[in-house]
Design a protein around this ligand. Structure first.
Ligand SMILES: Nc1ncnc2c1ncn2[C@@H]1O[C@H](COP(=O)(O)OP(=O)(O)O)[C@@H](O)[C@H]1O
Ligand SMILES: C[C@@](O)(CCOP(=O)(O)O)CC(=O)O
Ligand SMILES: [Mg+2]
Length: 388
């Protein structure tokens, strides 16, 4: 049964500690939820129209439901054929740009999830995450779309219904959200590993390998500095580049990916040891792993001079950084030790800001996909939606 009021859902971004790119090729990744989130509002729309408003990327579009309905037979015949959706939305051929991918993922999920009963809806997606910067904005976007649409059409329960015992979805419902979000990620990334949508759905900290999601129940409280170089890049292009290198030099690149896998394993072992009793030696190992992985990521071709600048500036103050996410620009993560002096962190932040970068100090782990009452939205989200 379709719900007849507005529904708010949010999903977190993520930080990949280790294993980006290698995870696309069957290796292990360690990833954690980030307390920067994407929010969606979906509500019925009066005049047989579908409205989509994506303020972060400056996109506002609308279609008649009847136009979308006429697209259904050819779409359902061949759902993987993006040409049908591209032609419909008037998108150009290369189709790698921000707006095209966001619109394609929306149309794909809207037609697939609602099927024969296409509703007239007004959808707004607003995010605290930078778009295309390695913090999993595409996955958070797809998790929000999937959760909101599945709830809206009643395929999963509305956790806010009056008789609900908790305001959370069940594991089976979360699985369904994750599966659809993965399909959306496929539209945006081409060949995603699925780690980002898993973190967007379950949050917390998890180990991910070949579709297997293993939550890490206990993780030490790690403080990190995230720095956005603001250098634009596309995950789709970077993932395709690594594949090309792997095909060209299998004997050279495969061992690098295997080494990244071993780094993830070693990191997980150290994190586990830290929960039993933390020492500064543990931090030294984590720092070494960060340095080795950053070199590996450069080897597989996903580095960028701006990321090297972050590594240099932080290293000059004794801190260790690596790129996180797809690289090629985007964000780096720097580990902050408990004994790192506050003035050192402030000095590093100042220097990075002077380079034109943006920094956030944060800790790891965040709640997975969640439903909200308007009153339980963060203040910035409430304000953003009140103007949209
Ligand atoms: N809030 C958003 N609104 C609209 N589109 C979004 C939003 N967040 C992400 N996207 C889509 O995801 C793409 C970025 O995905 P990607 O290149 O994987 O980078 P990342 O996931 O690291 O942010 C954008 O180009 C856009 O198509
Ligand atoms: C490079 C990769 O490992 C992570 C991409 O993350 P992001 O889209 O840059 O946030 C790709 C993937 O796992 O699908
Ligand atoms: Mg992405």
């Amino acid at each position: 049964m379709t719900i007849d009021r507005e529904l708010f859902v949010s999903a977190p971004g993520k930080v990949i500690l280790h294993g980006e790119h290698a995870v696309v090729h069957g290796k292990m990744a360690l990833a954690v939820g980030l307390n920067l989130r994407t929010f969606i509002r979906i509500r019925p729309c009066k005049d047989d129209t579908v409205l989509i408003n994506l303020p972060n990327i400056g996109t506002k579009l609308s279609w008649d439901v009847s136009q979308l309905q006429s697209l259904l037979p050819s779409f359902q015949d061949d759902p993987q054929n993006m040409e049908i959706l591209k032609n419909f939305a008037g998108l150009t051929d290369g189709c790698k740009d921000t707006e095209s991918l966001a619109v394609l993922a929306f149309l794909y999920l809207y037609l697939s999830i609602f099927g024969r009963d296409l509703p007239s809806v007004d959808v707004v997606v607003w995010s605290q995450l930078p778009t295309g910067a390695g913090l999993g904005s595409s996955a958070a976007y797809c998790v929000c779309l999937a959760a909101a649409m599945l709830t809206y059409c009643g395929r999963i329960a509305d956790p806010m219904r009056e008789e609900a015992k908790t305001s959370r979805w069940s594991q089976t419902e979360l699985d369904l959200i994750n599966q659809w979000a993965f399909q959306g990620e496929k539209v945006i990334h081409g060949n995603p590993s699925g780690v980002d949508n898993a973190v967007g759905t379950w949050g917390g900290a998890l180990q991910y390998q070949s579709g297997r999601i293993t939550p890490i129940e206990r993780v030490p409280m790690l403080h990190i500095l995230l720095t956005n170089t603001k250098v634009p890049r596309s995950t789709k292009v970077l993932v395709a580049g690594v594949k090309e290198k792997l095909l060209k030099f299998p004997d050279i690149i495969e061992p690098v990916l295997s080494s990244i896998h071993a780094i993830s394993q070693e990191c997980q072992r150290v994190l586990k040891e830290m929960t039993a009793g933390l020492s500064m030696d543990h931090y030294s190992v984590l720092e070494e792993l960060i340095d080795i992985n950053q070199h590996h990521l450069n080897v597989i071709g996903v580095g960028h001079p701006s990321l090297n600048t972050i590594c240099r500036v932080t290293a000059e103050r004794g801190l260790h950084s690596k790129l996180t996410g797809a690289g090629g620009g985007g964000c780096a993560v720097t580990l902050l030790r408990p004994d790192t002096d506050h003035t050192v962190v402030e000095a590093v932040k100042q220097e990075l800001t002077d380079c034109g970068f943006q920094c956030w100090e944060t800790s790891i782990g965040a709640l997975g996909v969640s439903v909200h009452l308007p009153s339980s939205l963060t203040e910035d989200a409430r304000e953003a939606f009140s103007n949209l």
